[in-house]
Design a protein around this ligand. Structure first.
Ligand code: NAP
Length: 274
């Protein structure tokens, strides 16, 4: 028997940096072989680092916003039973909706929603066949509130937060569990990539450590929990969101995500643009 047949297999998307890299690291520490994917060459640096844990790592540079990209990843899995799927790849997008480029909007929806659910359908069909498997979807507490100045992104996360619970229910009589990790603001490349470094949330110096966030999600997945909000402050915010009118939440989101809300060096807020 070959060594890769012995160890469990985890598939982690968006594993080149941030929360996804940390999820992959936890799986490697637990002795999972890994298939990791991201859209840039940094995924090969992640592969080299993860191999230090003595597991086999296959890395794929692929755009998971496309059907072809997801098909390539499924091809690399090649029918091997997947013990854990961590569908984590995702993108933010700041600024007012009408000021965003359509191509960027489309990319966020296609990555966060279309590519993610397509991958999940492909992999989890196999898990259902095997009657076992763990799925972790990286949603967000952003899905609990209308995201003024990040409207499309929050919408994609609302989709995932909801989808995770629905799929979990559909699979309740099987050995497959679906968990949703709901981080709050986390110190990754996310905000820079989303063009949000002139916002209060983007420049918040107290963001969570991605290693801690990943640990929370990974353990929830291993225990088969339904969802988990990472961090006490975010738990409070999630609880408040459930009892706060949408109009109030949208206004609160504006205050942290509108361009120009970043703190300046003199600790005063800039006047919001526009
Ligand atoms: N940071 C936060 O505050 C926060 C809060 C709540 C939820 N989240 C969610 O956490 C997840 C991970 O984000 P992060 O904060 O760790 O940010 P990150 O460091 O930017 O990581 C995002 C990962 O997703 C990959 N990715 C993005 N678009 C892709 C595509 N089209 N195809 C393949 N890979 C793609 C990136 O790879 P490339 O570099 O190759 O594109 C990268 O590996 C996302 O789903 C995000 O929405 C983040």
């Amino acid at each position: 028997m070959m060594i890769e047949d012995i160890r469990p297999l985890a598939v982690v998307t968006g594993a080149s940096s941030g929360i996804g890299y940390e999820l992959a690291r936890l799986a490697a520490e637990d002795g999972y072989d890994l298939i990791i994917a991201a859209d840039e060459r940094a995924i090969f640096e992640a592969k080299a680092a993860l191999e230090q844990h003595g597991v086999m790592v296959e890395a794929l540079e692929v755009d998971l916003s496309t059907t072809e990209g997801v098909d390539r990843l499924v091809g690399v899995i090649g029918g091997r039973p997947v013990d854990a799927l961590m569908a984590n790849a995702g993108r933010g997008l700041g600024r007012g909706f009408l000021d965003q480029d359509w191509a960027d909007v489309r990319f966020v929806i296609d990555t966060n929603v279309t590519g993610t659910v397509y991958l999940i359908q492909q992999v989890v069909r196999e898990m259902r066949e095997q009657d076992r498997g763990r799925v972790l979807i990286t949603g967000s507490i952003a899905g609990l509130m209308p995201g003024s100045f990040q409207a499309v992104y929050n919408g994609t996360k609302a989709f995932l937060d909801s989808f995770a619970w629905a799929l979990r229910n559909e699979l309740k009589d099987t050995g497959v569990t679906v968990s949703c990790l709901m981080p709050g603001p986390t110190d990754t490349e996310f905000f820079e990539r989303a063009d949000m470094m002139d916002t209060k949330v983007g420049t918040d110096p107290k963001k969570a450590d991605p290693a801690d966030v990943a640990k929370t999600g990974y353990h929830a997945m291993q225990k088969g929990e339904g969802d988990v909000v990472a961090g006490f402050k975010n738990k409070l915010q999630a609880a408040m969101a459930a009892v706060t009118p949408e109009s109030v939440l949208a206004e609160q989101h504006r205050k942290m995500a509108e361009p120009g809300t970043a703190k300046t060096d003199t600790q005063t807020y800039q006047k919001p643009l526009g």
